[in-house]
Design a binder for this molecule. Structure first.
Ligand SMILES: Cc1cc2nc3c(=O)[nH]c(=O)nc-3n(C[C@H](O)[C@H](O)[C@H](O)COP(=O)(O)OP(=O)(O)OC[C@H]3O[C@@H](n4cnc5c(N)ncnc54)[C@H](O)[C@@H]3O)c2cc1C
Length: 410
């Protein structure tokens, strides 16, 4: 049987970050990925914080050279109300732009960079089972091309399998999400009439009066990602087929009708449901979970890839030090750290769906200093200890929201 230091399950952003960094530290790393890349996956609006992580991993130059659309912020729209968050007008240090990426291209670049650093990625191989022993784990894998099975022995397993959730399923770690059940319909379109100049790349998040919201994410290749997130009943009422329902919802609001009136779908609408999921714990004997293989909240603030890369970067650090014989406190150094970011976004997501965040967003009465601090979290700086709206998100937001007079709460 083949022996490696670390087996990484999945070559998405979390897997590429973990594998590239560990290989760069001289660890023998194998990545088992069931798809052939490039492959389509949703999650295309990145946050400025990902640029820090791309830098730390040595991936940024390759991403920069790919010429992805850059965005300087986000626009939230509700009827005739608009609120812009410009990343260069936010509290704290860090990046003031982020990329919008077709994930097929982005994930392939990251995986290629991880390979250049020495990670051995096996495409079209699926992890079926993992058995844990005192000082190692055995992964049973199916080679989907050769139609054969083989095993890999690893000193440590990093589960970066995203929606595959390999270890959560095998070890019974899944928990129901505390977020309501929602579904999403999305596609790519051509013919998007984009704002000109500085705001061309801005992501739009448009409220639907019947509940739910629409995203618009422009790419540099001329296509635009559009999608809706709502309760199943809202989507069902909008049309018989997925394409029809998505078109109806996309053209319902006047801001979007103007922008997308001439759009053409580049591919049929894709539906995903029940993606929000919780987790019992993030690590155990010789295993660790990162990215979507741990907890996934909701797409509204584009936090998914940021949390995946942040957790994977942190995880590879603790795993490398553990393998080097250091005493590592996985709870404090990994789990508590990662959950601080997840819990910060949870507060914002809950406040969004309770409509309270909207009161604050669209209120002209909020102080600029509050807006700058919220903007910093929306840029992915959810771990900033100097920002009360990050480290103490619940009470800070609650206090800010309580200052909005009742007549402005709609
Ligand atoms: C509707 C919707 C919209 C979203 N929009 C955004 C957004 O705008 N911005 C954002 O940041 N995030 C967004 N997300 C979240 C984003 O999709 C995820 O957070 C992100 O893809 C997670 O990255 P990852 O590396 O953890 O996992 P993934 O990207 O899912 O990668 C996991 C990899 O593991 C592989 N794998 C799975 N099972 C196995 C197995 N058994 N063996 C081998 N390989 C396996 C898969 O093939 C896959 O390539 C959105 C999510 C949803 C549901």
């Amino acid at each position: 049987m083949e022996h490696v230091d670390v087996a990484v399950i999945g070559a998405g952003p979390a897997g590429a970050v973990a594998a590239g960094c560990l290989a760069g530290k001289g660890k023998k790393v194998v990545v088992i990925e069931k798809e052939r890349f490039p492959r389509f996956i949703i999650g295309e609006s990145l946050l400025p914080r990902t640029n820090d992580l791309l830098d730390k991993c040595g991936f940024h130059k390759a991403v920069e050279q790919a010429g992805f659309m850059t965005k300087g912020g986000a626009v939230f729209i509700k009827g005739d109300k608009r609120e812009r968050f410009n990343f260069d007008e936010r509290f704290g240090d860090g990046w003031d732009f982020a990329y919008n990426v077709p994930r097929a291209d982005f994930d392939m670049i990251l995986a290629q960079e991880a390979e250049k650093m020495g990670a051995d990625i096996r495409y079209r191989v699926k992890v079926d089972n993992v058995e844990f022993h005192d000082d190692s784990a055995t992964l049973s894998c199916s080679d989907l091309e050769a139609n054969s099975q083989y095993s890999v022995s690893a000193k440590f397993v990093m589960d970066c399998s995203g929606y595959g959730r390999v270890l959560p399923k095998l070890l019974d770690l899944d928990m129901p999400s505390d977020l309501e059940y929602r579904e999403s319909l999305f596609t790519h379109v051509k013919g998007d009439l984009r704002p000109e100049g500085r705001e061309e790349g801005y992501i739009w998040i448009v409220d639907l009066p019947q509940g739910g919201w629409i995203w618009v994410i422009p790419f540099s290749n001329g296509a635009t990602s559009v999608g809706v997130v709502a309760k199943p009943s809202v989507i069902k009422q909008a049309g018989e087929s997925d394409d029809e329902a998505l078109k109806t919802l996309l053209l319902q609001e006047s801001s979007l009708k103007e922008r997308l009136g001439n759009m053409e779908f580049v591919m049929p609408a894709i539906r995903i449901d029940g993606y929000s999921i919780g987790i019992k714990k993030l690590f155990g004997h010789r295993w660790i979970l990162t990215g979507n293989a741990m907890e996934f909240l909701d797409p509204v603030f584009s936090s998914g890839v940021t949390l995946s890369m942040e957790s994977a970067y942190k995880a590879q650090d603790v795993v490398a030090r553990f393998l080097d014989g250091e005493q590592v406190d996985f709870q404090k150094e990994y789990s508590d750290y990662v959950m601080r970011g997840v819990d910060c976004f949870r507060v914002y997501i809950n406040a969004w769906y309770e409509n309270k965040l909207g009161w604050l967003f669209y209120s002209k009465r909020k102080p600029q200093s509050i807006k700058e601090r919220i903007c910093s979290v929306l840029a992915g700086y959810a771990w900033d200890e100097n920002n009360a709206y990050a480290i103490d998100a619940a009470s800070s937001l609650e206090a800010a929201i309580s200052t909005i007079p009742p007549e402005y709460r709609n």
